[in-house]
Design a protein around this ligand. Structure first.
Ligand code: MN
Length: 480
């Protein structure tokens, strides 16, 4: 990737002045000059590749510039203050956000822990663009994983599949999610990956003819109608097929995987016009039609869905949507971001609108039921959460102002009850010390120690308070 290419690609969708990109390109190239990647390439190749991915997702100028610079604070000696003066608050916030996430080391195999981590990453990032940069960074690292040791490959793939792919899914960036999943799958289960890849390729080769017939038929009937359209076959996500095989405990041959196509057109009216043509040519399968244009999904997904019978008797699933809807479904929040930042008539109050909470609320994804929706809404609205590490590296969410005593009780009632002291980041602290997000807290206990009455003023969580009260009551201590 050369600078000229990057600028050319960027200008295809944006009219923002590109001076900043040129400057960031040269600055980063210079800053990383001495470094090399595991592949032996210059380190800067990675920075340019991350910027290219961001341009593919049509991200705004600041995000692409921050992509070029994303490892400068982490990997070079340039002080934060110097960098901030050089590039201003916005770019600094983006880059330091990515750097912060970089320092979090995830190793747990526990799904509940992974969920806490995802929340922590979202809370740490504050600006959703930080996550998009981090995801682009991870995608390029996954693409070049073959240069690392097997041990590193497993570690990074595990982290990618349990943390980053679900994050991409949450943000609705399905294209990125599938890529991250399939790359991780390749390293985590190499044999299964290769065998499935071969089978999927074979199945799709046989179906190509069928798809071609369908297109020809469709074109024939659309011939007269003045409806612009393109037909895409659906991308396959190997890992999701693999998961289906595990879940249903069936071999690939028995996994139902309907032939699917997407028809993309320009306007909503033309979506319905195309639907009319499709239904007049092919027999629709009863009950298969769903109108997600009139009634969008919670995550703003829009499309017309129908299934029809091809001449051969095979069922074909068809999704009809506009270019805009297509972009939203593939790029999720990234598409949305650009849409909002559309430089023509850009909104002056954009900053307020783009705060991460709103984005997050709009983009609650992968939630299948309203109950789940409300649950997740609740937890994520608690922005007053902090995240505290156990010495083993697990993460516990706690309310702001929580103390080591609260932390002790979230681990176990007995740990709370017998607590005699606490260390935060390896230093002894008082039991009413105020914890901060990212602190590592270690609780010191003594076997026969018991809760004290004045603890009631040191704890902030209802859970800890009720455990202390319960103990005092049961041991005959007056509470007031
Ligand atoms: Mn990087």
């Amino acid at each position: 990737m050369e600078l000229d290419e990057l600028l050319k690609k960027f200008r295809e969708y944006s009219s923002q002045d590109t001076t900043l990109l040129e400057y960031a390109w040269n600055y980063s190239c210079e800053a990383h000059q001495e470094q090399k990647r595991a592949s032996g390439e210059k380190y800067f190749v990675h920075c340019a590749a991350v910027a290219e991915i961001l341009v593919d997702y049509k991200m705004d100028l600041e995000t692409v510039a921050a992509g070029l610079l994303h490892d400068v604070l982490e990997d070079t000696k340039i002080p934060h203050e110097t960098f901030k003066k050089e590039f201003g608050d916005e770019i600094y916030t983006l880059v330091s956000g990515v750097t912060k996430i970089e320092t979090l080391k995830f190793s747990s195999r526990d799904e509940a822990q992974a969920e806490n981590w995802r929340k922590m990453i979202l809370a740490t990032a504050k600006d959703i663009r930080v996550i998009v940069i981090k995801l682009a960074d991870r995608l390029h690292n996954m693409r070049t994983l073959n240069f690392l040791t097997r041990e590193k490959q497993l570690e990074i793939s595990h982290e990618t599949i349990s943390l980053y792919a679900p994050l991409a899914q949450r943000l609705g960036i399905f294209q990125l999610k599938s890529q991250l999943e399939d790359l991780s799958f390749k390293y985590l289960h190499p044999d299964e990956y290769q065998s499935l890849l071969a089978k999927v390729q074979l199945r799709y080769a046989m179906r190509e003819k069928l798809l071609e017939d369908f297109r020809t038929e469709l074109e024939k009937h659309l011939g007269g109608a003045n409806v612009p359209h393109r037909v895409l076959s659906r991308a396959k996500n190997l890992y999701s097929i693999y998961r289906k095989m595990l879940r249903q405990d069936k071999p690939f041959e028995e996994i139902q995987d309907a032939l699917g196509v997407r028809v993309i057109t320009d306007t909503v009216i033309n979506c319905y016009a195309l639907l009319g043509v499709v239904h007049s040519v092919f027999k629709p399968v009863a009950g298969s039609f769903t109108d997600y244009i009139a009634v969008p999904k919670m995550n703003l997904y829009q499309s017309l869905h129908t299934s029809v019978m091809a001449a051969s008797g095979e069922i074909i699933e068809i999704q009809i949507r506009t270019e805009d809807m297509h972009r939203t479904s593939e790029y999720g929040i990234a598409a949305h971001w650009r849409y909002k930042l559309g430089e023509k008539g850009a909104d002056k109050h954009l900053d307020e609108k783009l705060n991460w909470l709103r984005q997050w609320m709009e983009w609650l994804q992968d939630l299948s039921s309203p109950r789940e929706f409300i649950e997740s809404f609740k937890t994520d609205l608690e922005l007053d959460q902090i995240f505290i590490f156990t010495p083993k590296g697990d993460v516990k969410p706690l309310p702001v102002d929580a103390t080591p005593l609260d932390f002790a009780y979230t681990i176990h009632t007995d740990i709370g009850n017998t607590c005699i002291g606490a260390k935060v980041n390896n230093k002894m602290v008082r039991l009413d010390h105020e914890l901060k997000s990212g602190d590592m807290c270690e609780i010191i206990t003594r076997r026969n120690s018991v809760p004290k009455k004045d603890w009631l003023t040191s704890v902030k969580t209802a859970g800890a308070r009720s455990h202390i009260r319960k103990y005092l009551r049961e041991h005959g201590q007056a509470l007031e």
